[in-house]
Design a protein. Structure first.
Length: 135
């Protein structure tokens, strides 16, 4: 279950229950909500990422990730000449390796439009909010 499906399902339920004035068992509702939430977390962790996507998500460079893979410190699988990682297996740098200022990431002025568009697509695919920062 994706984040969007999770949100849509529970928003629809809320609207339906409000419309009907339904009284529900809090315990049963919580059980189902928690099960759905676990599905969302599992589906995110099970996502398979290439080295570029993994680098963008973790803050580590492609070279660092590949070195960890070759040294056996990072699980992944090789398909042809490409290496893929499961999102749940990836290490995370504090702040994703990005410098922050007052809670906002600082984007290098050298980042071109293609890089920004690629980052935006990846953020949407991962369900992460993307803020367009001023150049």
């Amino acid at each position: 279950m994706t984040r969007e499906e999770f949100h849509a399902k529970w928003a629809a339920r809320r609207a339906e229950w409000e419309k009907l004035g339904a009284l529900v068992s809090g315990a049963k509702m919580c059980e189902e909500f928690i099960a759905d939430f676990e599905n969302v977390l599992t589906s995110h962790d099970e996502a398979v990422l290439n080295t570029n996507q993994a680098a963008a998500m973790t803050g580590y460079s492609r070279a660092q990730l590949l070195r960890q893979y070759k040294e056996g410190r990072l699980r992944g699988h090789k398909k042809g000449k490409h290496v893929f990682f499961r999102a749940g297996d990836l290490p995370r740098k504090p702040n994703g390796g990005r410098t922050t200022l007052a809670g906002r990431a600082i984007v290098s002025p050298a980042a071109d439009d293609e890089t920004r568009a690629s980052a935006r697509r990846l953020a949407e695919k991962l369900g992460v909010a993307w803020q367009q920062l001023a150049r």
